[in-house]
Design a protein around this ligand. Structure first.
Ligand SMILES: N[C@@H](CCC(=O)N[C@@H](CS)C(=O)NCC(=O)O)C(=O)O
Length: 243
C-alpha cells in the first residue's frame, strides 16, 4: 500500500523499473480499489501503486481504463503489458493466476453462490454514494445489511470465507470501513451498532485487528474524517495521507 500523492492532469506518468511487477492504478480511499489491494496483499503479490486524482485525471489514465476509473491493473508480466479493469473481474483473475491463499471456493456452485452475495452487496455499495437524505439512507442500508447479518449467523464462522477471510469478506469490507465515519457521511446519530449487528460488528473488528491484508490497507479514522469532510465541502483532498 502506497500513500504517495495522487497524479493529476499534466503530471508525467511515473516510470517503474522493468521488474515484471504489477502496476495498480488506485485512489487511496476508493472501496473498489481497496478490494484489489486486499486480494494482492493477502496473496503477498508485490505491486507498484499509481494513485490517481479522480477530479483532475491525467490523460494517461484513459490508456489504463477507457472508462477513466480505478482500479486498473497493468499486467506487466504479460506480452504487451495489457491493462485490466473492473474490481471483481480483476480479483477473480488474480485468484486463478495466483492460487496461493485461495479466496474463491473451488466448487463451482459454492463459487457462484459467493458471487451472488457479492452481487447483492452492490446495491448497498451504491447507496453509499447517493446520499440524498443521510439518515434515511443509512436506515435503508441497515435494512439491506440485515441479510448479511443473518447469512453470517447461518454460516456460523468467523469470516464469510470460513476460518479465514475469503473473497466475500474482502469484496465487502471496504464499505464497512465507512462505518467508522458514519456521522460525517450520513449525519449524527447514525451508528453501526452491536445490538442490531452482533455478528457483523464482531466480524468487522476481527478483520481490522487480525487480518494482515486489512491491517496493511487500513488507515487512521482521523484521515478518513478529513477526506470525507473535504469531499462534503466540495474540494476533495485525496492526499490527506501523504506525508
Ligand atoms: N465497477 C467498477 C467501479 C469503479 C469505480 O467506480 N471507481 C471510482 C472510484 S471509487 C472511479 O474511478 N470514479 C471515477 C469516475 O467515475 O470518474 C469496479 O468495480 O472496478
Amino acid at each position: 500500500m502506497s500513500n504517495t500523492k495522487h497524479y493529476r492532469k499534466g503530471d508525467e506518468k511515473p516510470v517503474f523499473p522493468n521488474d515484471g511487477i504489477y502496476q495498480l492504478y488506485s485512489m487511496r480511499f476508493c472501496p473498489y480499489v481497496a478490494r484489489i489491494h486486499l486480494v494482492l496483499d493477502s496473496k503477498n503479490i508485490p505491486y507498484h501503486t499509481v494513485n490517481i486524482h479522480l477530479n483532475d485525471k491525467p490523460d494517461w489514465l484513459f490508456e489504463a481504463n477507457p472508462l477513466g476509473k480505478v482500479p486498473a491493473l497493468q499486467l506487466v508480466d504479460k506480452p504487451n503489458a495489457p491493462f485490466v479493469y473492473e474490481s471483481l473481474l480483476i480479483a477473480e483473475y488474480l485468484d486463478e493466476v495466483h492460487p496461493q491463499n485461495k479466496l474463491y471456493p473451488s466448487d463451482p456452485l459454492a463459487k457462484l453462490q459467493e458471487k451472488i452475495w457479492i452481487e447483492r452487496f452492490s446495491s448497498i455499495a451504491s447507496k453509499f454514494y447517493n446520499i440524498v437524505d443521510g439518515v434515511a439512507q443509512w436506515n435503508a442500508i441497515q435494512n439491506d445489511l440485515d441479510e448479511f447479518e443473518r447469512e453470517l449467523q447461518r454460516r456460523g464462522t468467523t469470516y464469510f470465507g470460513g476460518a479465514k477471510a475469503g473473497i466475500l469478506d474482502y469484496a465487502i469490507w471496504p464499505w464497512f470501513q465507512r462505518t467508522e465515519v458514519l456521522d460525517v457521511i450520513f449525519g449524527k446519530g447514525c451508528t453501526f451498532s452491536e445490538e442490531r449487528f452482533p455478528k457483523l460488528t464482531k466480524w468487522y473488528k476481527t478483520l481490522v485487528e487480525n487480518d494482515d491484508a486489512v491491517k496493511k490497507y487500513n488507515f487512521p479514522k482521523e484521515a478518513y474524517v478529513k477526506y470525507y469532510q473535504s469531499r462534503c465541502a466540495g474540494a476533495v483532498d485525496y492526499d490527506v495521507l501523504v506525508q
